[in-house]
Design a protein around this ligand. Structure first.
Ligand code: UDP
Ligand code: MG
Length: 317
């Protein structure tokens, strides 16, 4: 098998037929003597997505699907696809046609120039709110600054990766997935192509703010200890300031004897210290929560039905 195309699906009934047609239009003319496969992962859609995928699978034996027992999230859906992909190269693409299938031949071509990863970088994004664009921009830059691996900015999961990278990903058992970070961590020769990100073809975004915050925290906690260190440094700075204030208070009380009953300063320092402590505890909590998730060692997802065999045990987590 030359190529596997992994497509996570969450309420995409409006896009699946057009997506399938456009993907076929692109893949059929490509020189892929070993053939290709589609892997649709239905991530607990509440619309007709599953029925549409099953109809495609009945007509086209290259269409594979995995139906999750509920919504596990985009990153886990992609992971399930990676666990079962058989292609020598694997494409990860969104179902909403924001990632143009027409770019796949160029990405694939580049892979054969000696790279293991070719990712697609967003030159511009259309049809997304100013708030989303701004938070995304900020997130990618903060992440790039606080991690020691270089996670490319303005890049989603749309990319083609080689078999080697898929095997490496399968050996990374973490529960809180941030696939683009994992792929950067893996290394090898990586390159990119730029594209203009289109508007969502139909339907609505499945990425609520809640899911975006989870993704951002997963990315940061999995690849950086800077927030923990910042909490420590913040603790020292605040203690230092508190010490100076203490010296001043003692001076005012015993030497200059010039002091007011200090209600305001007391309130301010108590509130401020309380805030700093809560933030520090919260940061530790974020890491702790992920630690405990990894200790529990639950499977990442539960499959309710699929026309693909279960992957062999070490890959199945
Ligand atoms: N998706 C998913 N599970 C989710 C949310 C999204 O599998 O819980 C899929 C969705 O169907 C799409 C891709 O992930 O193929 C990207 O999601 P979306 O387009 O909603 O995100 P956005 O482009 O708005 O960031
Ligand atoms: Mg989208």
């Amino acid at each position: 098998m030359d190529l596997s195309v992994i497509i996570p699906i969450y309420n995409e009934e409006d896009n699946i037929p057009a997506l399938y047609e456009r993907l076929r239009g692109v893949l059929d003319p490509m020189p892929l003597p070993g053939g290709y496969e589609f892997i649709f992962i239905n991530d607990g859609s509440r619309d007709q997505s599953l029925a549409l995928i099953q109809t495609l699978a009945a007509r086209d034996s290259r269409v594979h699907f995995i139906n999750f027992s509920r919504n596990f999230g985009h990153q886990i859906a992609v992971t399930a696809g990676l666990d079962r992909a058989e292609g020598e190269a694997v494409v990860i693409i969104d179902a909403d046609l924001q990632d143009p299938p027409e770019l796949i031949p160029q990405l694939y071509q580049k892979l054969h120039e000696g790279y293991e990863v070719v990712y697609a970088k967003r030159r511009s994004r259309q049809g997304e709110s100013a708030a989303k664009k701004l938070t995304a921009k900020l997130f990618y830059r903060i992440l790039a600054n606080i991690t020691n691996i270089s996670i490319p900015v303005d890049t989603g999961d749309f990319r083609v990766i080689s078999r080697k990278v898929v095997e490496a990903l399968r050996r990374m058992p973490e529960q809180n997935k941030f696939i683009r970070g994992q792929i950067s961590w893996i290394g090898y020769r990586q390159t990119y192509l730029e594209y203009d990100r289109a508007e969502r073809a139909g339907g609505e975004t499945g990425y609520t703010y809640r899911k975006m915050i989870k993704l951002a925290l997963d990315g940061i906690t999995a690849f950086s200890d800077v927030p923990l260190k910042a909490a420590t440094v913040g603790g020292f700075v605040v203690s230092g300031v508190a010490f100076l204030v203490m010296l001043f208070t003692l001076y005012a009380r015993f030497v200059s004897k010039d002091y007011e009953p200090g209600w305001a300063s007391l309130m301010v320092s108590i509130l401020f210290l309380g805030g700093v402590q809560l933030i520090a505890v919260g940061i530790i909590g974020e890491y702790m929560a992920r630690l405990s998730a990894n200790v529990r060692q639950r499977p990442l997802y539960i499959v309710s039905e699929s026309n693909l065999p279960e992957p062999p045990l070490p890959q199945q987590r």
